[in-house]
Design a binder for this molecule. Sequence first.
Ligand SMILES: [Zn+2]
Length: 330
Amino acid sequence: MNLFLTYDYELFFGAPTGSVEKCIIEPTNHLRDIANRTGVKMVFFIDTGYLKQLEIFKDQFPKVQHEYDLVKEQIQNLVAEGHDCQLHIHPHWEDCTHDGNAWEMVTDRYKLVDFSDEEILKVVLEYRDILQRWTQKPIHSYRAGGWCLQPFDRVAAAFKKAGLKLDSTVFPGGKFTAGNYYYDFTNTPDKSTWKFSSDLCQEDSQGDFIEYPISNYKYSLWFFWRLFGFGRLQPHLHKPIGDGYPMSSPGLKKQMLTKGMNLSASVDGYFVTKLQRALQNNAKKGYNECVIIGHPKACTHFALKKLEKFIEKNKTKHSFLTFADLELNQ
Ligand SMILES: [Zn+2]
């Protein structure tokens, strides 16, 4: 099977957003070390609205200049080490500012589809250009911020103009429509990749785009009791390295603790303990791909250790690839 370790490279979007050192630089350096030791390459979906605002505010505030320098150097290192840096858009950065001390997050327009058609096109093309300038590599793959990319027909034209060919946003069975979020992946093809045109979840063999869905896993309510319990009991192992707070997800924690939840297969924190199972589930279904999601900001020391073991265990049986390894022009 082809495995894709993908990380959304970003700050938190609540208050506070957390520091760049703890949310991005330090955990990503741990990931680079793991990649260097194991020989695998990873995909980093770079929150490019953040890069845009770093460029805008760096000349105004020394604090932002410092943040910009750290991120710039790390992205250059990621590219030089053969990792694949692709496009991640949280368009609410359009509405965010810095006051010299901290980012001021405004998340009312959280999804691309909260913007007009004209604005969507402008944001997608501009962010593609920014990331291409930072990486000097072709940008062809995409993951939506907060899994929010529906209805896709509002975005398809911008994707085509920007030369985006691959999306990795969907996780089968996922649904969350509270707060600023909207995604519904309850009806997807039973495949580990499919072509699509105007609907992310509808296969179209003639479509211009290909979906590499994130693998999913049904986490039991007991799983979440353990996850939250370990966070309290052994914070040095199980508290995220990132020091910010997420945007609110109304009702999410209650649903996790009372019913369990179908979520993406993840390397974040305690989720890493179900990775091997998620991989086995894909193998049982005859899939050739397994896409795993993570966030540097949500890395724990426990998860980093387990990730390295997971890679060592699977790297001879399976191939760890990036989207840059695929022939996307066919
Ligand atoms: Zn994100």
